[in-house]
Write a protein that binds this ligand. Structure first.
Ligand code: KG4
Ligand code: ZN
Length: 454
């Protein structure tokens, strides 16, 4: 079946088209088109995501992105006969007014485009119902409802966090590449930019298979809004066994970046600086060893005072449960930095590394504890922060110590996208799993604080 995926929970407007087929034992996923329009450039000015702005941007960008999606997938042919405004009013399109009355921009573009194209062969519409920013979620939900109404297609409501889980399970069907096991591994995704500095990512028809999971599995979900440990006893059976008591880890990365004067979103910036700092340290250590062995390499070690001046706390390490906390870590960085008259690049790199070390250790420690507590066989890591090289590396090592199957999404689909939403819906269909009742009456609602459950 062909599934349209819609994702608008935060600051990425994303659409994708997939074809899901096969059986429970051999599910097959073909990605027909996959586009992400990032709002990062717009939110940068505010140092974080501004909900009203996100809503407006989704509303403006969904239709242009949808047109492009249909073209990439080879759908969206014009009708031979163009409807006149009266015919449009008399048709199914008359009901769209009430569905999109909160999104006038989207309504206008919708009515200019949709009545004049042939109905594409889409069998279902998967849309993120939550969690996320409610005003932003509503745009995607209403867009789904409008399309479902005019084309008479069912809606499949999807939990965004389930999307992050399943995106770690994709495996390239042709190369049998265990996608994501290797940070920076080959990817068929292409990147291209459009106006306003916004970025879109496309992906021409690629076939994927899914990793099989040995249960019980554990998912560590780490993003800008969430830090959760999810016990998965069977397909789609979730229990949150640990979570952050305050800030999400991605939020901490973003806030620390801000303290250090780095632009939003801070995660990738901190990660790059911390890696650079680690590389320098290992170079210095290598030089130092060479020097000690009398190779006569002259290194002025006094110019590289590398016993770090910073050490940040590992919050909640002794809490005895599986919960996290990142707000104290952020505050520790703030106080450490406050007393430094000039933040040199050297200091910024050092703070970035020490912060990343502390955050990584917290995540790894609690994840390992959960692995031991529940006799876990498979570890899945998802969410935007799972793009972080150091975190991937440390979790992979821990997984190896416990002989776990280890799946993490490729960095490209670790951050928000609609492929993961369509994929979750496709998998539920293939596995014959239930969908939330939310969509039944056509009165689907956005649920900002939606939680994963059994
Ligand atoms: O999953 P996501 O795209 O959106 C939410 O659902 O929140 O995650 C976005 C978060 C941001 O906080 C961003 O700074 C963080 O993921 N992030 C990273 C990296 N790439 C993105 N954090 C650390 N290292 C990275 N390489
Ligand atoms: Zn996300």
């Amino acid at each position: 079946m062909i599934i349209l995926g819609i994702e608008t929970s935060c600051d990425e407007t994303a659409l994708s088209l997939i074809e899901a087929s096969g059986t429970k034992d051999t599910p097959e996923i073909k990605v027909l088109a996959n586009l992400v329009h990032s709002q990062v450039e717009i939110h940068k000015e505010y140092g974080g995501v501004f909900p009203a702005l996100a809503k407006r941007e989704h509303s403006q960008n969904l239709l242009p992105l949808f047109k492009k999606l249909l073209t990439e997938a080879g759908f969206g042919n014009s009708k031979s006969e163009i409807l006149n405004p009266k015919q449009i009013l008399d048709s199914r399109f008359s009901i769209i007014d009430s569905i999109l009355d909160r999104e006038p921009e989207l309504l206008k573009q919708f009515l200019e485009f949709l009545p004049n194209i042939e109905k594409p062969p889409i069998d279902a519409i998967a849309v993120t119902e939550g969690p996320g920013l409610e005003p932003a979620l509503w745009v995607g939900v209403n867009f789904a409802r409008a399309l479902a109404a005019v084309w008479d297609i069912p809606i499949l409501p999807i939990n965004h966090m389930e999307g992050h889980i399943v995106s770690a399970l994709l495996r390239d069907a042709e190369t049998a590449d265990l996608r994501g096991l290797d940070p920076g591994s080959r990817t068929s995704q292409t990147r291209f930019t459009t106006g306003h500095g916004a970025e879109q990512r496309g992906n021409n028809a690629t076939n994927y298979q899914l990793q099989t999971i040995n249960f019980p599995a554990l998912a560590l979900l780490i993003s800008g809004g969430h830090t959760e440990l999810v016990l998965i006893k069977d397909w789609f059976d979730y229990e949150i066994v640990g979570e952050t008591l305050d800030d999400a880890v991605g939020e901490a990365f973003d806030k620390v970046a801000r303290i250090l004067g780095l632009p939003y979103p801070g995660g990738p910036q901190i990660s790059a600086l911390a890696e650079k700092s680690r590389a320098e340290i290992s170079q210095i250590n290598a030089d130092k060893n060479a020097d000690e062995r009398g190779y006569g390499i002259s290194v002025n070690l006094r110019n590289h005072p590398r016993s770090s001046a910073f050490h940040f706390p590992r919050p909640m390490k002794n809490s005895g449960d599986l919960n996290f906390s990142f707000s104290g870590l952020k505050t520790a960085v703030l106080y450490a930095v406050k007393n430094i008259p000039t933040l040199t690049n050297e200091i910024i790199m050092e703070v970035a590394r020490e912060f990343e070390d502390a955050a990584t250790e917290s995540l790894t420690f609690k994840t390992e504890k959960a692995v031991e507590t529940y006799g876990i066989k498979t570890l899945i890591v998802g969410g935007g922060v799972s793009a972080n090289i150091h975190i991937r590396r440390e979790l992979k090592k821990m997984a190896a110590r416990h002989s776990l199957d280890f799946f993490v999404s490729t960095p490209e689909i670790a951050t928000d996208n609609a492929l993961m939403i369509a994929l979750a819906a496709g998998m539920r269909k293939i596995f014959g799993a239930r969908f939330a009742d939310n969509g039944k009456s056509g009165a689907l609602k956005a649920v900002g604080n939606l939680r994963l459950s059994a």
